[in-house]
Design a protein around this ligand. Structure first.
Ligand SMILES: [Mn+2]
Length: 400
């Protein structure tokens, strides 16, 4: 098979494969402890991404536990939805208390904001907190560095999960030791293990820091609970989206592109799940799936996921180059090693679901435009195979 021409993609090194020393954990944990000292009585908000995943949720829990030792109260907040069944199971089974932002909430009650598993670019809370005058205390993340925030404490390292960093803090000896007899610690350790597990596709993409973190966490994890969180069934909506994506996919060398058509807002996580599934096809190394998410309130957005098993593919740079930015200069997409996503608001063209023609034209337009941009950025601009969004259409053949 032919490899796609990837001349315009950036290829980052494989430095994250190499174990980064526990020395950095100690150093960073000391620095964090220094910054939290003397803040007793404060209340911090942990801002996690709009569609929180296990890595973000567990990192939020870990920050709350650390801050507690300094007399700081912490709320974990998101401005979106928890929709992936596995994430809902995590929240429900662990009985976690997360706050969903709603219009009118007083954010200025917080003394400081902390961003975990993101750097403000994937949460609508970043501009809200800025507007409310809440200073950014810390950013703890493992994605490519973004320049949006200016925190007092910054720990951005290219490990596989933010949970890896937090497990490292606990292991560093700078904070209270985890204790298997403490239900809060068991809950947090289980969540962190789940975070690492899900960020590394079940440890397939884990490296030394993740194994070190997991070995430590294993002493405190509730195995039965972890199993229940992991064994969640796929919804009908997810199966339908996978079916749609399968039928609509086109192959361009190792790149598989699929438009899933219209997807209900509640099933939005079907898109990344379908991407994970399509990545299992032989000779495919990169998958991009997108669909139009439709909410009951009439809002519409094109949402997409990229998955790749090419460690060297610069996902963040690729999506930013392919899709560009909105009028405010905010990129439509971004990512980390092996995974990324994008979201394009439909705004004026939203609605019209009562007219099947409008619906179909709108989908075709977005499908064609996104496909064109992706192929262009991948250096495959001549590859114009367009799939019909029908699960029954035959698989289009590869362009020569
Ligand atoms: Mn993460």
């Amino acid at each position: 098979m032919t490899e796609p021409h990837v001349a315009t993609l950036s290829w980052t090194g494989v430095e994250r494969r190499r174990g980064r020393g526990a020395g950095q954990d100690v150093e960073k944990a000391k620095e964090l402890a220094g910054i939290l000292t003397g803040r007793s009585g404060e209340r911090h908000v942990v801002a996690i991404q709009d569609f929180p995943d296990p890595d973000a949720i567990s990192s939020g829990l870990a920050y709350r536990e650390i801050a507690r030792q300094f007399g700081v109260e912490v709320d974990i907040m998101y401005d979106g939805q928890i929709s992936h069944p596995e994430n809902l199971a995590l929240v429900n089974l662990l009985n976690l208390h997360l706050i969903q932002f709603t219009e009118g909430m007083q954010l200025n009650r917080y003394h400081a904001a902390v961003f975990v598993d993101n750097q403000g670019t994937t949460t609508h809370l970043a501009p809200r907190l800025r507007e409310a005058g809440v200073a950014t205390l810390a950013v703890i993340d493992h994605h490519d560095t973004q320049e949006l925030l200016d925190p007092l404490f910054r720990d951005i390292r290219p490990v596989a999960a933010a949970a890896t960093l937090f497990a490292g803090y606990f292991q560093s000896g700078q904070f209270v030791e985890m204790n298997a007899a403490n239900p809060r610690h068991v809950q947090m350790a289980t969540a962190l293990m789940h975070g690492i597990h899900s960020e590394t596709d079940g440890f397939v993409y884990a490296a030394e820091p993740e194994y070190r973190a997991a070995a430590y966490l294993s002493h405190f994890v509730d195995g039965e609970l972890l199993e229940r969180v992991l064994c969640v069934e796929k919804s009908h909506g997810t199966m339908a989206a996978i079916q749609g994506a399968l039928g609509a996919r086109t192959l361009h060398g190792g790149l598989s592109i699929a438009g899933a058509g219209y997807v209900r807002w509640a099933d939005r996580d079907a898109i990344p799940q379908a991407a994970d599934f399509l990545l299992t096809e032989e000779d495919v190394h990169t998958v991009v799936i997108y669909g139009i998410l439709t909410g009951e309130d009439g809002r519409e957005v094109v949402s997409g996921s990229l998955r790749t098993n090419k460690a060297t593919l610069g996902v963040d740079a690729f999506l930013k180059e392919a899709l560009g930015t909105d009028v405010q200069g905010r990129p439509y997409g971004g990512g980390r090693s092996r995974a990324g996503g994008f979201e394009i608001p439909i705004r004026f063209l939203a609605g019209g679901e009562e007219d099947p023609d409008t619906r179909s034209m709108k989908w075709k337009l977005y499908d064609r435009q996104i496909r064109r941009k992706l192929l262009e950025a991948a250096g495959l601009a001549g590859d114009t195979a367009v799939a019909e969004p029908s699960p029954f259409s035959p698989l289009p053949t590869e362009a020569p």
